[in-house]
Design a protein around this ligand. Structure first.
Ligand SMILES: [Fe+2]
Ligand SMILES: [Fe+2]
Length: 156
């Protein structure tokens, strides 16, 4: 396995898992139905990113079994629960808008990192996944920015 690419993909795997947790937790907390549905959809898309990256790592001969084991272990579940609780209390303390701004920063970090990896990746089968994920992150970021400017605040 290409060690540098493997290392980068492991980084994205953790980042994407984090994004799934973040959006799931936020979706539980927000009052607006339109925003909640969007955050739930983002969580599903981030889960697809997790699976696509895990597949790439497996195709490269990497072992992602450690990750499943870590997520399913008692400390893994505890860690996820604490993360969720932290996000939930943050929504109460700093409010929905600030939390969305933080989520946008997270997306921008992911966008910058995907672009960097795309620039140094020659394999078309890896590039296909990286480009697809990058575009999804740009869509998430754009949707949230649009929501914050009030353009999509039209819940049925
Ligand atoms: Fe993602
Ligand atoms: Fe995203």
């Amino acid at each position: 396995m290409d060690r540098d690419l493997g290392k980068s993909l492991n980084w994205f795997l953790l980042l994407e898992i984090n994004q799934v947790q973040l959006y799931k937790a936020q979706a539980h907390q927000v009052a607006d139905t339109h925003l909640r549905e969007a955050l739930n959809r983002f969580a599903q898309i981030e889960q697809e990113h997790v699976e696509k990256i895990a597949t790439l790592l497996r195709q490269m001969g990497g072992d992602v079994g450690w990750l499943t084991a870590a997520c399913e272990s008692s400390w893994g579940k505890q860690f996820a629960r604490l993360g969720m609780e932290g996000i939930m209390s943050a929504v109460d303390k700093i409010g929905e808008d600030k939390l969305l701004s933080i989520a946008i920063l997270g997306e921008q970090r992911a966008i910058a990192d995907y672009k960097k990896l795309i620039a140094k990746t020659p394999e078309p089968w890896v590039l296909e996944v990286l480009w697809a994920n990058l575009i999804d992150e740009e869509l998430h970021s754009g949707w949230m920015k649009n929501y914050l400017t009030g353009k999509q605040n039209i819940s049925p």
